[in-house]
Ligand binder design. Structure first.
Ligand SMILES: NC(=O)c1ccc[n+]([C@@H]2O[C@H](COP(=O)([O-])OP(=O)(O)OC[C@H]3O[C@@H](n4cnc5c(N)ncnc54)[C@H](OP(=O)(O)O)[C@@H]3O)[C@@H](O)[C@H]2O)c1
Length: 478
């Protein structure tokens, strides 16, 4: 007995309509596909969305009619209908949000050709056009008006294209709907496999698209049930201190923007880490949690063992865990202990973690092995020594000293691997961001801002630099 049978029995006026069932299934598929595909998919044809909306309206009216009826059988039917209604509404909302966020991100791209515009519904097209007009006016009044007229076009395609497009090379999961040949391009080589119906395969979207278009496969977001993999290479990334703050934001951004990256989010507090991992997973990030207290050799050894057994390698290490005076405000802790703990966590432990993970990084088959050190402009001796610099203050003494030492530590790894261009070792200043480290200072940037440069460094290819110290604006003086 399914929900329709129950409803038919308790409410004789309710009739199961197969078309509605089919519509719900189709909408669910469209929703999953839209959430999985890196680009905007065509608006569902044949009035599907309009029918769904009418159906929702009808259900709302029905609920209003039934409310107040004291018959327990009607009440039960009401609960079932309301639950079903909420399910419909959730899928509709989530589907529209997935589309709007893509339109917001690449508005000009989707307006740039008739073919792309035809993917948008009438209302989406009106929304995108207004959105772009507002943005253009804002750019114009902020800075574009100071340029010569021929340089004021946002869609100027001379030289570098100014119209940002979605990344069609990012990875997606597809489920095969019939036996077929699956061809995928990998990092090192291309691959082919005889796919069987129901196989779940991870592929670049550009390779998967023809299979989805021809009806041989459908997009799938369940990344826990795949049984075969046809490339591309999955980059294994370890982030220390990822249960909150910038580590968490880096995991979120990296995982959301690179479906072929698997994140090992580590943290010293299991409960807080589990909560963070759950949240990331609910957002579709490929992530696992691993307890790692960077100040404990035992914990480091245990983590290395787990990663060796499970993944056998590491491709990216982000040394993010850190503490400052702010995290140690207890007046009873003696100054010597404060200094000791800050230097121990930020410098000594970073060295121990990096050394312990080098053998796994050496096993990476990715085109580059990347190590990122989360430094800070506060570490810069050049800025401190400059009387004109606004960083010439005496605060966070132990913290800033630890970050200067961390830069020196990082330089040692730069030099160690300088003759092997596959190693990219860089120092990053995330910018001043509101986190626990500074008591969530209200004047600081959103934590998400702090993830931008780290993610750039975590995805450097063979042409990328090594030995740099940068923030989002460029080079930071040593
Ligand atoms: N926020 C900024 O403005 C800013 C600016 C420049 C550089 N940075 C750097 O960015 C990095 C992240 O800082 P944040 O701002 O995100 O601060 P945060 O929110 O306090 O995060 C620091 C992270 O490090 C973890 N951690 C501390 N000690 C650890 C240990 N012994 N083992 C494992 N993990 C440990 C913390 O875990 P718990 O949750 O258990 O404490 C937390 O997850 C730090 O290296 C910091 O120096 C931040």
């Amino acid at each position: 007995m399914d929900i329709d049978d129950i409803l038919r029995e308790v409410d004789p006026t309710f009739h199961a309509v197969p078309q509605e069932k089919r519509d719900l299934q189709e909408l669910t598929r469209a929703w999953i596909a839209e959430r999985s595909a890196p680009e905007l998919l065509p608006w569902p044809p044949n009035g599907l969305f309009e029918r769904i909306n009418d159906n929702i309206k009808r259900q709302i009216e029905k609920v209003e009619e039934m409310t107040g009826d004291m018959d327990p059988r009607t009440n039960f039917a009401l609960i079932v209908i309301q639950t079903e209604l909420e399910r419909f509404k959730y899928i509709v909302r989530s589907y529209l949000r997935a589309r709007i966020s893509k339109i917001d991100k690449h508005t000009l791209h989707y307006l740039s050709t008739d073919q792309l515009r035809s993917r948008l519904s009438e209302m989406e097209l009106a929304y995108a056009t207004r959105h772009q007009a507002l943005l253009h006016n804002h750019y114009l009044s902020s800075f574009l008006s100071s340029f010569p007229p021929q340089m004021q076009n946002l869609n100027d395609s001379a030289g570098i294209s100014m119209v940002e497009a979605p990344d069609l090379e990012s990875a997606v999961f597809i489920r095969l709907l019939k036996d077929c040949l699956v061809e995928g391009r990998g990092v090192d080589s291309d691959g082919q496999m005889e796919g069987r119906e129901s196989d779940v395969v991870i592929l670049r979207w550009s390779d998967a698209k023809p299979l989805v278009k021809s009806g041989s496969a459908e997009l799938n977001i369940n990344n826990r049930t795949y049984n075969t993999m046809a490339s591309p290479y999955t980059h294994i990334v370890l982030i220390t201190g990822a249960n909150q703050g910038l580590g968490y934001e880096i995991a979120k951004k990296l995982g959301a923007e690179h479906k072929d990256y698997h994140i090992i989010a580590t943290g010293r507090r299991k409960e807080s880490l589990d909560e963070a991992v759950k949240k990331l997973q609910s957002e579709g990030i490929s992530v696992e949690g691993l307890v790692l207290d960077v100040t404990s050799d035992e914990s480091i050894a245990e983590a290395v063992k787990t990663i060796s057994e499970k993944h056998g390698r590491l491709d990216v290490l982000i040394n993010n865990a850190g503490i400052s005076e702010n995290a140690m405000k207890d007046p009873d802790v003696p100054a010597r202990e404060v200094w000791h703990q800050i230097l121990s966590t930020n410098v000594v432990s970073t060295a121990q973690v990096t050394d312990a993970l080098l053998p796994l990084l050496e096993k990476s088959q990715a085109p580059t092995k990347r190590i990122i050190f989360m430094s800070s402009t506060l570490s810069s001796l050049g800025l401190r020594a400059d009387p004109k610099s606004n960083l010439r203050h005496t605060f966070y003494r132990a913290y800033s000293t630890s970050k200067t030492a961390m830069n020196m530590l990082a330089q040692n790894y730069v030099i160690q691997f300088q003759d092997d261009p596959t190693w990219k070792v860089n120092m990053n200043c995330p910018g001043y961001c509101a986190t626990n480290l500074n008591g969530f200072n209200a004047s600081a940037q959103e934590p998400a801002f702090g993830a931008i440069n780290a993610c750039r460094l975590a995805t450097l290819g063979p042409d990328g630099p090594t030995g740099t110290f940068t923030n989002v604006e460029g080079t930071v003086p040593w």
